[in-house]
Design a protein around this ligand. Structure first.
Ligand code: GLN
Length: 247
């Protein structure tokens, strides 16, 4: 199966090696006999209906977000349509913030979002930095990663978080939740990159993309020998625990 990924603004939104998430998806797809084709979707790039099975967008400083926000907003209808047709989305930090209605940065400038996720974000004075551990009850799993953001993301009532914060700040340092998920769309503050130390989420994202590519149900992917990934998860989770963050 060929899986087509639209990588939004890879040159601008790519901090903390967020690009590494693509490498993990490419390898885990190949180990199951699938081919991952990653197409960059930069400024002015057109999103054609039905082409992309998955969209990925990484994180970035306020300056980079300001450079891409208007162009991303111009792609909003095409992304909404693709998601309505079953395409999946994984967005990290600055990219996650721009999936909401808007991101108001530290200077009070409101950057438009694409309104794909039921949330908005307002930058605070103090950055929320450190290792994070989440409990994802919906998957019966934990996620471990690293956060560094000024933004406080506020989910709308009824919106589903990605996970409950066990250690760390999460969306806003108050709610006790992190990220947001809506169907095949996932947004999170977790860098690291995220997927090498959380292989179950990589497989979940891959399965959603394969479901779109095949027009069938999301497949149960054959397990891989993830000793190294589990060890990496353990180390990151241990750092989050020792940090003894806000929650
Ligand atoms: N610039 C945004 C913030 O500070 C996102 C940062 C990031 O992507 N790490 O909240």
């Amino acid at each position: 199966m060929k899986i087509v990924v639209g990588h939004l603004f890879p040159d601008y939104l790519n901090i903390y090696a967020d690009r590494g998430n693509m490498a993990v998806l490419e390898r885990r797809a190949a180990w199951r006999g699938h081919e991952l084709e990653v197409l960059p979707l930069g400024a002015g790039a057109e999103i054609l209906p039905g082409v992309h099975d998955l969209f990925y967008v990484g994180g970035g400083q306020d300056r980079e977000q300001a450079l891409v926000a208007v162009d991303l907003a111009a792609k909003a209808d095409a992304v909404h349509e693709a998601v309505a047709r079953g395409a999946a989305v994984l967005a990290v930090c600055g990219g996650y913030q721009l999936l909401g209605r808007y991101y108001r940065d530290r200077d009070g400038v409101e950057l438009p979002g694409i309104g794909l996720l039921p949330l908005h974000t307002i930058a605070g004075d103090r950055r929320m930095i450190g290792d994070v551990l989440l409990d994802c009850e919906w998957a019966g799993r934990t996620l471990a990663g690293f956060e560094n953001h000024a933004g406080r993301t506020l989910l709308d009532d009824g919106a589903k978080p990605l996970g409950r914060v066990v250690h760390g700040f999460g969306n806003d340092g108050e709610s006790g939740f992190e990220g947001c998920r809506a169907g095949r769309v996932i947004g999170t503050y977790l860098h690291g990159p995220l997927l090498p130390r959380n292989p179950w989420l990589a497989d979940w994202v891959l399965a959603q993309a394969i479901a779109h590519a095949s027009g069938a149900e999301a497949p149960k992917l054959e397990p891989l020998p993830d000793e190294l990934e589990r060890e990496a998860h353990g180390v990151a989770a241990g750092r989050a625990r020792s940090r003894g963050g806000r929650f």
